[in-house]
Design a protein around this ligand. Structure first.
Ligand code: HEM
Length: 452
């Protein structure tokens, strides 16, 4: 069935590609390159042990035995652009999750219930709503750098990336920065539920309870302030007050589910992108120099980082009916996976795709699949781009000699959905740290204006 190819000069047998293997993930880009060439539609039958692991999740509705991964850009696009044929209702992972449609759910829902949730959530991510977040984010980024500057070495993920992205989400939902560690804990508990055991499931429920308590606490205050004519921009106010086409609002339970997705989708993904970006700039010194010489390139640099190392490897769909993609027959109920991280490296779409270039053409970059495509495309994309532009440009400006720590080894995240680093040791000379800019609002505005 498979065409035997080569893998770094050695024969490559695609049958050895196990999409869930943490070992495979250590060298995933090379696997994707070989697969795109020799086996662009990859069929993996889960071993008994894998099936046990996947199907024992307390949310699972029915067993999964195998998975098709689609590696080519055109196939990924075809799947994402046909949401009635390829459903999201059974979740983003290989497991067949119990449908939770009509509960404020976005990412695991289809059709009208998805449209309704999306319509109500969309205003929370409008440019007007997210613009005020940039100056606070700039302050937070500078505070974090001031806090660790003297150390000369940190794990970038733990001490910078996660604190930045959890602060952003805290602010998005109208909580003070001081509560961002709590937000991080709630967000990690939500993610841990998927593919997790009973303990993680209980922790996820605990997190939903915490979000429910928070909404019950702030809801009346927001309603009163709005009634008094105050203009409020936080996402929680929007989620509690926006309506669908028929004028109906989320119930309190729906609002909890919606907000939980902002936490689940918005913290680790952006933090992974931040670490991926710093890794790529540290390992491509010519491109880093180009960016230092011309800070206006930050926008295309961020987009190239997102293309080159998509933090979400791919999210699964379920075939609604018997169908065919790229000559492969799929039966109704088959779990399939469009692989964004591979589509972004497809030489049919991107010029010399394995070359990292901070000044790649915008028109070309706009074709990357990192935020998905179509009806489920990422609601937080503009937010993520801002975090990355401000975080990366400030870090490299203030710690000009920042480098990967040669005494330690970065590690890749072993989680199926994630593509990138979960531990990134970096170091610098504390004597060379530059002071923060005086006006955070002007700095953020300048960087973001340049990033367009
Ligand atoms: C670099 C960071 C991020 C990446 C790579 C990313 C990636 C994605 C992808 C690929 C999807 C589509 C999933 C699918 O079609 O199955 C998605 C959906 C989504 N993202 Fe993001 N995301 C990021 C940041 C954020 C942030 C900061 C938020 C906001 C809080 C967010 C909120 C969402 C939501 C709510 C959805 C579901 C949309 C729907 O189903 O209609 N994401 N994201």
């Amino acid at each position: 069935m498979y065409d035997q190819g080569t893998f770094d000069g050695l024969p490559y047998d695609p049958a050895e590609y196990d999409p869930r293997s943490p070992q495979v993930k250590q060298n995933i880009e090379a696997h994707f390159a070989a697969l795109r060439q020799h086996c662009p539609v990859h069929h993996h039958v889960f071993s008994e042990a894998e099936q046990k692991e996947i199907n024992e999740n307390p949310f699972v509705a029915g067993p999964t035995t195998d998975l098709y991964s689609f590696l080519k850009h055109s196939d990924v696009e075809r799947i994402l652009q046909n949401p009635d044929e390829f459903l999201s209702i059974e979740g983003a992972g290989p497991e067949r999750m119990t449908p939770v449609e009509g509960t404020g759910m976005l990412v695991w829902s289809d059709g009208d219930p998805h449209r309704r949730s999306r319509k109500i959530c969309l205003p929370a991510f409008s440019p007007k709503n997210i613009a005020p977040l940039a100056p606070m984010l700039q302050v937070r980024i500078d505070d974090l750098i001031d806090g660790f500057a003297h150390k000369g070495a940190i794990d970038l993920m733990e001490e910078f990336a996660l604190p930045v992205t959890s602060s952003m989400i805290a602010h998005l939902i109208g909580l003070p920065i001081e509560r961002s560690p709590e937000i991080l804990e709630w967000g990690q508990a939500i993610i841990g539920t998927f593919g997790g055991d009973d303990e993680s499931y209980q922790k996820g429920l605990w997190s939903l309870g915490k979000i429910g308590e928070f909404l019950a606490e702030v809801g009346p205050d927001r309603a009163r302030r709005l009634a008094e004519g105050e203009e409020l921009f936080d996402a929680v106010t929007h989620v509690l007050t926006s309506t669908d086409e028929n004028g109906s609002r989320f119930t309190p339970q729906e609002a909890v589910v919606a907000v939980s997705q902002f936490l689940g989708a918005g913290i680790e993904s952006s933090a992974t992108a931040m670490c991926n970006g710093i890794y790529l700039l540290c390992t491509n010194p010519d491109e880093r120099r180009k960016l230092a010489d011309n800070p206006k390139l930050i926008g295309t640099a961020v987009e190239e980082i997102l293309r080159f190392m998509a933090p979400i490897e791919g999210t699964c769909r379920t075939a609604a009916e018997d169908t065919e993609v790229a000559g492969t027959r799929l039966r109704k109920g088959q779990k399939i996976r469009p692989v964004y991280a591979s589509a972004n490296m497809d030489a049919d779409v991107f010029d010399n795709p394995r070359q990292f270039r901070v000044d790649r053409e915008r028109a070309e970059l706009s074709k990357h699949m990192t935020f998905g495509k179509g009806v489920h495309s990422c609601l937080g994309a503009a937010l993520a781009r801002r975090e990355l532009a401000l975080g990366i440009s400030t870090l490299l400006r203030r710690l000009p000699d920042l480098a990967l720590d040669p005494t330690k080894q970065p590690t890749r995240n072993p989680i199926f959905l994630v593509h990138g680093f979960d531990y990134l040791p970096v170091r610098w000379d504390p004597a060379g740290v530059l002071p923060r800019a005086e006006d955070p609002a002007a700095t953020a505005k300048g960087t973001l204006a340049e990033s367009r």
